[in-house]
Ligand binder design. Structure first.
Ligand SMILES: *[C@@H]1O[C@H](CO)[C@@H](O)[C@H](O)[C@H]1NC(C)=O
Ligand SMILES: *[C@@H]1O[C@H](CO)[C@@H](O)[C@H](O)[C@H]1NC(C)=O
Length: 385
């Protein structure tokens, strides 16, 4: 009689251990690339003149870190939540990449993202008289940083192959700043629309390069529904109700974002054809976020979905002269009751909903959940033989 209880609880423990071991074995590292949706502190390390950007002031970071870290949110970002989901540490910012003695830590992941980064190089935009930018660091630069770092993360071609094979690469989101900065520098949507095929092709090319290098699993996030962002809603108010959807989001902006996401999926399909053994995962953060915008109450966002938690006033609590972290801005008491954090970016609570939608829900193609279960590295090795 007495023996039954311990053995069933032992079984429970064993099953728990197996599932933990399983989750940990899924990926051994997360490498992040992108912009302010992903940057964990690189931007300030690049500021040559010592200016401190507004996201380095409180209340940024208050929910999880108790201090600003350079992340554009009150807490963790999607890339952080993904890493933790797989039992990995938060991928540290890649700058400064002084690796002596740090190799083992960085083998669990590094974050190359920079606030303001665009998919295309600054030159592309300068040729078109677009100069509004936070940084000139592009996706190409970030990939080059990774390539430069890689030899110091692994010790032999075999070791490097194993590292790349077991890593999850999160490439993006890229594209948001390609369009936002072009719009803010005064270009119209008709000028910007032709950029979209070029941007999405560049992203697909970057995926191709990573896979050629040895990456097995690359997740490529879409752009967010930018037309629902407090920043866009403030910059482009319209007297015409027909310009807004039933949620209050700007239709023309969301159409721009959807066009990017549609072309991106087409481009990724081509990359999958070239690399049938790689896991090229489209992460539909647009629709994962849309689910939240459509029913904020369901997810506990009593502050609504459109108004920013932290900002300098106005209908959406967004004011470029008083951005979150700067003088004149104030923050809501409970960021987890808001979707939008500072006008452009979302709260940790919203990112958590999106991440759950990606890793456990239907918002990736192919499904992340199934990849981990069925495409374990053992299986893929067999497939290679
Ligand atoms: C980007 O580069 C241009 C020149 O190529 C320079 O004028 C501009 O200040 C740079 N921007 C940043 C943020 O570094
Ligand atoms: C925006 O911020 C500036 C500077 O703090 C302030 O003077 C202005 O009234 C604010 N605008 C709105 C709409 O709140």
């Amino acid at each position: 009689m007495a023996a039954a209880a311990p053995s069933s609880s032992l079984l429970g423990v064993l099953m728990l251990l197996a599932s933990i071991g399983y989750a940990a074995a899924c990926y051994s590292a997360v490498f992040g690339f992108g912009d302010s949706l992903t940057d964990a502190g690189n931007l300030i390390r690049l500021e040559p003149d010592g200016t401190v950007p507004h996201m380095y002031f409180p209340p940024y970071g208050e929910t999880y870190f108790d201090k600003p870290t350079g992340r554009c949110s009150d807490g963790r970002l999607i890339v952080d939540l993904i890493a933790q989901h797989y039992g990995l540490p938060l991928p540290p910012p890649s700058i400064p990449a002084s690796l002596e003695g740090d190799k083992n830590r960085l083998r669990a992941g590094v974050n190359f993202a920079v606030v303001g980064s665009r998919a295309l190089d600054a030159q592309f935009y300068e040729q078109r008289d677009i100069f509004d930018t936070v940084t000139n660091v592009s996706m190409t630069d970030q990939l080059n940083w990774f390539k430069e770092l890689l030899p110091s993360l692994c010790s032999s071609p075999h070791d490097c192959k194993e590292l790349l094979d077991g890593s999850l690469f999160v490439l993006g989101e890229f594209g948001g700043n390609d369009y936002t900065h072009s719009l803010l520098s005064g270009k119209g949507i008709n000028v910007i629309r032709p950029f979209i095929p070029i941007v999405t092709r560049a992203i697909a090319q970057a995926v191709h390069e990573l896979v050629e290098l040895g990456a097995r699993t690359v997740m490529i996030p879409s752009v967010l529904p930018l037309g629902c962002a407090a920043s866009y809603l403030t910059y482009y108010p319209s007297p015409n109700p027909d310009d807004y959807d039933e949620l209050g989001c700007l239709i023309w902006v969301n159409e721009m974002a959807s066009y990017h996401n549609q072309l991106l999926q087409q481009q990724l399909a081509h990359v999958r054809e070239l690399h049938p053994y790689a896991n090229i995962v489209f992460a539909d953060i647009y629709n994962a976020a849309m689910e939240v915008y459509q029913g904020p109450d369901t997810y506990g966002f009593s502050g609504g979905a459109l108004r920013a938690c932290c900002g300098g006033g106005g209908p959406y609590n967004f004011n470029t002269s008083a951005q979150c972290g700067n003088e004149g801005a104030t923050a809501c008491d409970n960021p987890s009751s808001y979707v939008n954090w500072d006008g452009y970016h979302l709260t940790e609570a919203a990112y958590q909903c999106i991440t759950t939608g990606l890793l456990e829900g239907p918002y990736t193609y192919p499904r992340m959940k199934n990849l981990c279960r069925f495409d374990s590295r053992k299986t893929s090795r067999v497939a290679q033989i």
